[in-house]
Design a protein around this ligand. Structure first.
Ligand code: AMP
Length: 285
């Protein structure tokens, strides 16, 4: 069945005009920011946004400021026409796909930095990444002005950074976290999975399996320090080239736990390289 084409706007002023008209008609606005190369995980966010709002706006913007110079900004998969078809079928009303010049006009000089929760894990492994994320998400939320915005637990630290940002800056938006969509073998869906060779794709589910086993150990009373060390060893044995981290942290602000058994809500988070591809995953404990 062919879908009617999805409206696409690029200038911020046009986005604001559409949202203003919907709001004047009494409709709630949901928003899902993405970098495109969409998969079922992104579409589940759109469906969740629909449950909270009458209108859903999705943005596609591969944000240069959240990539370090050696990272995959140029190679990041892009395919707006296919993405637009998937979004129309998933119930999105409007695609906001700004240009880099629209988002970062000449003279742009402002950075939003969030403290605390940005410091460990991906913040330590990818310096500057969360400043890029916080800056672009601040802009996107101001540009769209949604009632509710949906972010995936797949990027759990990012979700907590955005919750902190929204609280600290009194941004008038409700943040909803969406569960991680996975392939049948457990691999968390990710646009970067497209980089995996067939051999790497076979190894990739061991990331989720290893974290699942670690969760079971923690629930049975194992020590945090033992679980972390065993998970790093298991990933290395499975064929991961470099493990950036496997850490058990507090669920809310990702602060450190003691080395012994856990006694409060926690999250286990990992990042590891399979060949050239950096995969991340996390689970609630
Ligand atoms: P990205 O396009 O990778 O920047 O992701 C856009 C949004 O989709 C973010 O809120 C991600 O956390 C979310 N997301 C990405 N992959 C998944 C997944 N497998 N399940 C749920 N949400 C996801």
């Amino acid at each position: 069945m062919s879908q009617s084409p999805l409206p696409v706007v690029r200038p911020v002023a046009e986005l604001r005009g559409k949202v203003r008209a919907w709001r004047a008609a009494g409709e709630r606005i949901g928003f899902v920011p993405t970098m495109g190369a969409l998969h079922e995980g992104h579409l589940s966010l759109v469906q969740l946004a629909r449950q909270h709002a009458q209108r859903v706006v999705v943005s596609i913007f591969v944000n240069p400021t959240q990539f370090a110079p050696h990272e995959d900004f140029d190679a990041y998969p892009r395919g707006e026409a296919r993405d637009a078809e998937l979004l129309a079928a998933a119930g999105c009303d409007l695609l906001f796909a700004p240009t880099v010049a629209e988002m970062y006009p000449s003279g742009f000089a402002t950075t939003v930095t969030v403290g605390g929760v940005t410091e460990p894990l991906d913040g330590a492994a990818r310096p500057g990444h969360f400043a890029g994320v916080a800056t672009v998400v601040s802009k996107l939320l101001n540009q769209c002005g949604p009632d509710v915005a949906v972010f995936g637990e797949k990027d759990y630290q990012q979700l907590q950074v955005i919750r902190r940002l929204v609280r600290d800056l009194d941004l008038p938006v409700e943040i909803v976290g969406a569960p991680t969509a996975r392939a049948p073998d457990g691999l968390a869906l990710s646009s970067r999975n497209a980089y995996l060779t067939p051999a790497e794709r076979k190894i990739a589910p061991s990331l989720a399996r290893t974290l699942g086993a670690a969760c079971a150990g923690l629930r049975a009373g194992a020590r945090v320090s033992d679980v972390e060390a065993e998970a790093v060893a298991a990933l290395t044995a499975a064929g991961f080239r470099r493990v950036d981290y496997v850490e058990v942290r507090t669920a809310e602000d990702l602060s450190r736990l003691g080395p012994g058994p856990i006694t409060s809500p926690a999250r286990i988070l990992a990042a590891a390289f399979l060949g050239k591809t950096r995969l991340i995953d996390n689970f609630a404990v």
